[in-house]
Write a protein that binds this ligand. Structure first.
Ligand code: WT7
Length: 656
């Protein structure tokens, strides 16, 4: 980034005034505090932001690194922190959640009501035999019920594992089996863009696939109840399970390290990993980042558009904003239904002041707004907005500028928050009242987070030089392990290359020569980011080759896409002659449907190209870097001398 094209947006006095972290001096003071006394810093914040039943005496325990423990002898309850203490603090009648369903119906709950509902479900779960330490899988629509389900698990010390409603029966089954869940919470269906999609039916399918013997009960939230088959002895309507349950449930006081949740995410190899998060350290960072990155105040209306099936929904819907006693929006639906003005209309209707969404959504709404004034942000009153956020993938400067100008009216700072499922909360992000913004850069580490850019040996590279993004010190909300696979945890995140001393994020990054600002340059492993959804190329390849009647071999790579950030591009060798024309189209559709069944519709490749073979080295290794060029329709400029079959590149290049 040269100085000439670097545009700097420095917080105005109005933006800085009254912010929790006001000005760069305040930011630097926090950074310095953490540097001078790392444990003292986190210990102070843990006492300030979290209510402990039993105070901790030790902040960080590194005796079994990299299995770090935080606040280990402290006891707390996440649901107490999110609900009871707000009610006790006089916020009982404050609106906790404003829920808007796909069809536009609005439901509101206060903190007292949310506590009531959570306690009743917590008691119902106990009555169904769920105890502290048991796992509960949640496969549900975006709803107040979804948040209540998570909070109820937390209340009784059950570990929840939410599975995104877009995953297939097969993926759901794999996750249920891996967690060994005792109970599943689901709903009859969900609605997206006016379309009704089954949930309970997919749970039935998943359980019928086998391997889920741990599951004793399935609780089903009824929306319409139409056409739902209930398995006697296993399935229970939520209303029946809740009937007669007391609205008081003493929280289970758990150790700070008690697993609050497992959330599955894709890695570069093998099956998805169950990322295990703690209760104390996680909740601290959820609350702290909501406070400082979003500057969430009592008077704000906060809207994070993510689904609770992803980590963003966990941290910035279920836990962070509630831990601070905020008012938030929960939304079921898609940004383009009933039209592409949905987000802007909801911001206007509910007077949203803090809005947090993904670049892919912004890019698709830009497209729509440019061709239809009625869905352009200028056709709505967005004057309630004061802070905007971006998450999930790099935001390109053009989308950033549009977001800033047309959604934020030029007056709202944009916090471009870099983090991951594994990090639990924000890692590198501007703070809205402090950090001068540069479009396309996530700027500087959150106070207390020690991010760096290193080379293959773990040595820090000079600013201005690209490298590997790492975190030098453990932090409270970090992943604790991969459920059931501690070795994989070590290998994935604390690799030997860095002597087990550095947390490997899996992203490349570069720091600005002058400011030290971070820009994320994308994954350095075989993980793709499609519309902010994380996907392993190996997973998609396995799904393709599992279509054994058709597929001989497959290789999957990503290519840049204007709207979705990256697009999935699959190169496929069939067990029959290479198809062309309509036949190729028909087989491509068949393969896409197969992938939707194996993983979920989100994993469907945008491009499928058929070849007689794949580019391979003489030892038979598929050369994916060449395929990346072909996928981009770029001339292959790399060295192809080690290639066994160079002519195949022409064929794959033309096969589109
Ligand atoms: C990967 C993590 C963060 C919660 C949602 C995604 C990419 C995330 C940014 C950003 C550039 C970003 C990274 C990261 N990513 N935020 N602001 N700028 N890249 O969580 O599914 O665990 O994905 O998303 O590549 O490693 P996730």
């Amino acid at each position: 980034m040269s100085e000439a094209d670097t545009k700097l947006y420095t917080p105005t006095p109005e933006q800085a005034q009254g912010a929790y972290v006001a000005g760069m001096e305040a930011y630097q003071a926090l950074v310095a505090e953490a540097e001078a006394d790392y444990e003292g810093y986190w210990g102070r914040l843990a006492k300030e932001l979290i209510s402990w039943k039993q105070p901790f005496t030790q902040v960080l325990d590194s005796s079994n690194a990299p299995f770090f423990k935080w606040f280990a002898d402290g006891k707390l309850n996440a649901s107490y922190n999110c609900l009871d203490r707000n009610v006790e603090g006089g916020k009982g009648d404050k609106t906790a959640i404003i829920f808007e369903a796909d069809g536009g119906e609005v439901t509101k709950v206060t903190y007292s009501e949310l506590l009531d509902r959570t306690c009743r479900l917590a008691n119902a779960l106990k009555a169904q035999g769920v105890q502290k330490g048991d796992r509960v899988v949640i496969y549900i629509a975006m709803s107040i019920d979804g948040v209540v389900a998570m909070q109820a698990c937390a209340r009784i010390g059950a570990t929840h594992s939410v599975v995104f409603g877009g995953f297939s029966a097969q993926s759901l089954r794999d996750r249920i089996e891996d967690t060994g869940a005792k109970l599943i919470i689901t709903a009859d269906h969900q609605v997206r863009g006016g379309k009704q999609l089954p949930l309970k039916g997919i749970v039935d399918e998943a359980l019928a696939l086998g391997g889920c013997d741990s599951v004793a009960k399935v609780l089903v939230v009824k929306r319409s109840g139409a056409g739902i088959a209930m398995t006697e002895g296993r399935d229970v309507w939520m209303d029946d399970a809740l009937a007669g349950q007391d609205n008081v449930c003493e929280p289970e006081w758990v150790e700070a390290e008690h697993p609050l949740f497992l959330l599955y995410t894709s890695g570069s190899t093998g099956k998805p990993k169950g990322v295990q998060h703690s209760t104390g350290g996680y909740l601290l960072h959820a609350a702290l980042t909501t406070k400082w990155t979003f500057d969430l105040k009592d008077s704000d209306v906060f809207w994070c558009t993510a689904d609770i099936g992803w980590v963003t929904g966990h941290t910035y819907i279920t836990y962070g904003p509630l831990a601070l006693g905020g008012t938030e929006i929960v939304f079921e639906g898609v940004p383009t239904y009933p039209d592409a003005g949905r987000f802007w209309k909801m911001i206007q209707d509910h007077k949203v002041s803090i809005f947090y969404t993904a670049p892919t959504a912004i890019r698709s709404l830009i497209k729509a707004a440019e061709s239809n004034e009625a869905v352009h942000p200028k056709s709505y009153d967005l004057s309630s907005l004061r802070i905007l956020g971006s998450v999930g993938e790099p935001i390109n400067p053009a989308a950033w500028e549009w977001y800033h100008q047309h959604v934020g009216g030029g007056r709202c700072p944009i916090v471009d928050t870099f983090w991951q499922t594994e990090t639990g909360g924000h890692m590198i992000t501007p703070l809205p009242g402090a950090t001068p913004l540069v479009p396309g850069s996530c700027t500087l580490p959150f106070p207390g987070i020690q991010a760096a850019v290193v080379d293959e040996t773990g040595k820090e590279v000079p600013w201005g030089q690209g490298g590997i993004l790492v975190v030098k010190k453990p932090w409270p909300s970090m992943i604790r392990t991969i459920w059931g696979d501690p070795e994989r945890f070590k290998k994935s995140y604390y690799p030997e290359d860095f002597k087990g001393q550095l947390y490997l994020a899996g992203d490349g990054a570069i720091r600005d020569e002058k400011t030290g600002y971070f820009t994320i340059t994308g994954r350095i492993d075989d993980v793709l980011n499609v519309s902010g959804h994380r996907m392993g190329t190996m997973e998609i390849e396995s799904a393709l080759v599992s279509c054994t009647e058709l597929v001989a071999e497959a290789a999957v790579v990503g290519r840049p896409d204007e709207t979705t950030g990256e697009a999935i591009c699959a190169f496929v060798v069939l067990k029959r002659p290479r198809p062309t024309g309509d036949e190729a189209k028909a087989i491509a559709k068949q393969l896409r449907d197969h992938i939707a069944k194996e993983i979920g519709p989100i994993a469907k490749p945008k491009d499928i190209r058929f070849g007689d073979n794949l580019p391979k080295t003489r030892s038979g290794k598929i050369m994916r870097r060449l395929l990346r060029s072909v996928a981009k329709n770029e001339a292959v400029t790399q060295d192809t001398s080690t290639l066994e079959n160079p002519a195949i590149l022409d064929q794959l290049g033309q096969a589109y």
